[in-house]
Write a protein that binds this ligand. Structure first.
Ligand SMILES: Cc1ncc(COP(=O)(O)O)c(C=O)c1O
Length: 390
């Protein structure tokens, strides 16, 4: 844990608590620090580095894209972006795609599209609802849809017209007035909230309720989408389709990018000038996303994530049984949360020392997000380290 170069001034804003490690390289599912120590990475840059490190195809795509245009602005067409939109639409429920630069920005865009559409159904339809335990981002609109008091309280007043409701169909039935409700946003698997998959029956009831009340249903798949659950989109596990879906994290191989997928009905209400962003959907980033989405939608990769994920769940439950140090195991595919005795931060720090990168999701949940290319042997090694620590 030594820094390669030591700056003379501590000039970064203090909004992150970063580990004092200097990662200088990556190799498959490992990050390597300046001293040459290798860390098995079960964080993946918080669900971003789905292809791990040093992926040959990604490197080639980056070189090719670097020889082309980086940016032209949204005043002009971008073939790579049009191709990416066509691919995402073909692979999903959606008929149009919008591109931006981050997860929070994708959700903010979805909120605007929801309001734009909803106002065509009634002048008063504007309210947006998010669920208890949700995390949708740190900008003002998305912060109002994020259920973490410590993130929210210092920044009040938050954006009006956005509120949190219980994960309970009866509460939602009271909250969703057909005259005033525009949208409900949910994470099918709440990531920051502790890796909690929503109950499939509840989600199906909510789909029926939102259809009945003419309310848009937005799936935030920023953390759990694009293969992490063993299907390309997490909504596929629930037997329903949303009206909008947001993506970000892994979509462009670590470059900043977000996307909103929308139905034809909502798309038809969006006109030029309704929304925009300077960098969104530029030629460089969308060229890379075309490569990444191609890889992450490969049925073979998805099958491996699903099968290894099932195995991973069984192993974690066995570790819980053997060690007596885990209170609960939740997840699927390559997204898992384990509730530990003591604090998650303590386990994360011990794992770090042992050369295993994990992160927390709340005070008591350790989250595992291996790269989607991690093999069963690599997963087994991580589990072995985890068990030793526990
Ligand atoms: C489910 C979910 N939504 C939204 C976001 C916000 O994404 P970003 O940090 O790119 O703004 C995150 C980030 O962790 C997330 O996990």
């Amino acid at each position: 844990m030594t820094l390669a170069t030591t700056p003379t001034v501590d000039a970064l804003l203090g909004n992150y608590k970063r580990a004092a490690v200097d990662f200088v390289a990556g190799d498959g599912v490992y990050l390597i620090d300046a001293d040459g120590k290798r860390y098995l990475d079960f964080v993946s840059g918080i669900a971003v580095n789905a292809l791990g490190y040093g992926d040959e195809g990604l490197r080639a795509a980056l070189h090719t894209a670097a020889d082309g245009l980086i940016h032209v602005s949204n005043l002009y067409a971008t073939p790579a972006g049009e191709q990416l939109a066509a691919t995402l639409v073909e692979l999903s429920f959606a008929s149009k795609a919008f591109f931006c630069n981050s997860g929070a920005e994708a959700n903010e865009g979805a909120f605007k599209f929801a309001r734009r559409w909803a106002r065509t159904r009634g002048d008063m339809k504007h309210e947006i609802f998010a669920l208890r335990g949700s995390f949708h981002g740190r900008l003002f609109g998305t912060l109002a849809a994020t259920d973490r008091p410590s993130y929210r309280l210092p920044f009040r007043p938050l954006a009006p017209g956005i509120s949190i409701v219980e994960r309970d169909i009866e509460d939602l039935a009271i909250a969703l007035s057909p005259e005033t409700a525009a949208a409900v946003i949910l994470e099918p698997i709440q990531g920051e909230g502790g890796v909690r998959m929503l109950d499939a029956g509840f989600v199906r009831e909510l789909r029926a309720l939102t259809k009945e009340r003419d309310v848009a249903l937005i799936f935030d798949e920023i953390q759990c989408g694009l293969g992490r659950t063993g299907t390309l989109f997490a909504y596929e596990h629930f037997g329903i389709e949303p009206d909008m879906l947001t993506l970000a994290k892994p979509i462009a191989g670590g470059l900043p990018m977000g996307a909103v997928l929308v139905t034809e009905e909502i798309a038809s209400t969006i006109k030029p000038g309704d929304h925009g962003t300077t960098f969104g959907g530029g030629p460089f980033v969308t060229s890379i996303a075309n490569y990444v989405v191609g890889r992450l939608s490969d049925p073979e990769l998805l099958r491996a994530v699903a099968q290894n994920g099932e195995w991973l769940g069984k192993q974690l439950n066995e570790i819980a049984h053997r060690t007596g140090r885990i209170r609960a195991v939740r997840g699927l595919g390559y997204i898992w949360g384990i509730d530990v005795m003591g604090t998650a931060a303590h386990v994360v720090a011990e794992a770090f020392s042992a050369g295993l990168l994990t992160c927390s999701a709340g005070d008591y949940t350790v989250r595992l997000l291996p790269p989607l290319v991690a093999t069963r042997d690599e997963l087994a090694l991580g589990l072995q380290l985890l068990e030793e620590i526990l």
